[in-house]
Design a protein around this ligand. Structure first.
Ligand code: NAP
Length: 324
């Protein structure tokens, strides 16, 4: 990895602090580096403004002169009511160099931000960064496909069940796995369960980790009917194209809801929490329309595996090129 790629990866890690409070704007990170040292950092502030570059440049002041700015997403070329375009701010900042990890598909910027910085006489380049792209995955999904990125979480027994036959499912996994789920909720804009889970468990779906309560996502229920107060109704998985401002959707089951999202081909990531118990109960999934086993192979790539107390977490990413 080159130094530039390493700085971009560090900037992508910093951007995680903005998620999900930056919505509806993307969670962006920016780092100013001079003589091999970080002199200022910034990430998108709650509500989407100020942007990461503006925060870092403000923190650096005159020290920005001659520095290199690393930023996960191309600086915006469009003005908002709340300040100048970031490309203009960067152009006037005195930085010597700008390295961008991911170009912005927003048609108001889409290359115009980079061009404007170059027009200001600054050496600016796009260095494609998988870390930056991953840190912006929900935003890029909305821009490219007009719907949020979907993560499906399932808490399973060893025999692949999500509940006893009588419906009891609290709790299949232990406290470490449940705390991890809460941390995942804190990164989502919206969380969804099926109508059956809402009726059976009446779940709070909030984030119960110290200091993170304000990061509790919007609550959605997949239902043909109406949503109770405090919830929004999603009439079908395909309707996620209408979830305005939602970049990251966390689906927590139950079995019918999970099956419906898989059948619609809308699951981008699987979080499988597996507890070392056998329950002989309700299976996690029903028939989601797979006609041949060959169509199942190559679909999911494991990106992470870790132990959480006595449970195991496996994370799988959907492969974009695999057969359905
Ligand atoms: N272990 C885990 O990770 C986990 C997580 C969540 C839940 N659970 C357990 O799972 C059980 C509930 O699972 P479940 O399969 O019975 O129910 P579910 O998936 O939670 O909900 C089923 C309901 O979702 C709605 N729905 C499903 N497909 C739909 C579609 N294509 N379009 C619109 N609405 C659709 C319908 O709601 P309406 O009837 O309202 O129209 C349907 O009755 C409970 O025992 C719960 O405790 C376990």
């Amino acid at each position: 990895m080159t130094d530039d790629a390493r700085w971009l990866a560090a900037t992508a890690a910093l951007a995680a602090r903005a998620r999900p409070l930056s919505r509806p704007n993307p969670a962006v990170g920016a780092i100013l580096v001079k003589e091999g040292r970080v002199i200022a950092r910034g990430w998108t502030q709650p509500g989407g403004r100020p942007h990461a570059e503006a925060v870092a440049l403000e923190a650096a002041g005159d020290a920005a002169h001659g520095a290199t700015l690393y930023v996960t997403l191309e600086p915006c070329a469009h003005r908002s009511g709340r300040g100048p375009a970031c490309a203009d701010l960067v152009g006037a900042s005195g930085v010597a160099r700008v390295v961008i990890g991911c170009m912005d598909p927003d048609p108001r910027t889409a290359g115009a931000g980079l061009a404007r910085i170059r027009d200001a006489g600054i050496a600016a380049e796009h260095l494609p960064s998988p870390a930056c792209e991953a840190s912006l995955s929900g935003y890029l999904m909305v821009r490219r496909h007009a719907h949020p990125e979907v993560t499906l979480k399932l808490a399973l027994s060893l025999d692949g069940c999500i509940a006893l036959t009588n419906g009891e499912s609290q709790w299949i996994t232990g406290p470490e796995a449940r705390a991890h789920t809460h941390a995942m909720r804190a990164k989502a804009d919206a969380i969804l369960v099926g109508g059956g889970t809402l009726r059976a468990d009446n779940p709070r779906l909030d984030v119960r980790l110290p200091g993170l309560a304000e990061r509790s996502p919007q609550r959605w229920v997949l239902t043909h009917g109406k949503a109770p107060e405090g919830w929004s109704a999603l009439p079908s998985p395909d309707a996620i194209t209408g979830m305005d401002g939602v970049q990251y959707l966390f689906v927590e089951g139950g079995a019918q809801a999970a099956t419906a999202f898989l059948a619609a081909g809308l699951v981008d990531r699987l979080l499988i929490y597996r507890a070392p118990i056998l329950v002989g109960g309700r299976p996690a999934l029903g028939d989601f329309g797979l006609a041949a086993l060959a169509g199942a192979h190559g679909k999911w790539r494991m990106s992470e595996r870790r132990q959480l107390g006595s449970d195991t977490l496996e994370v799988y990413e959907a492969s974009p090129c695999s057969p359905e």
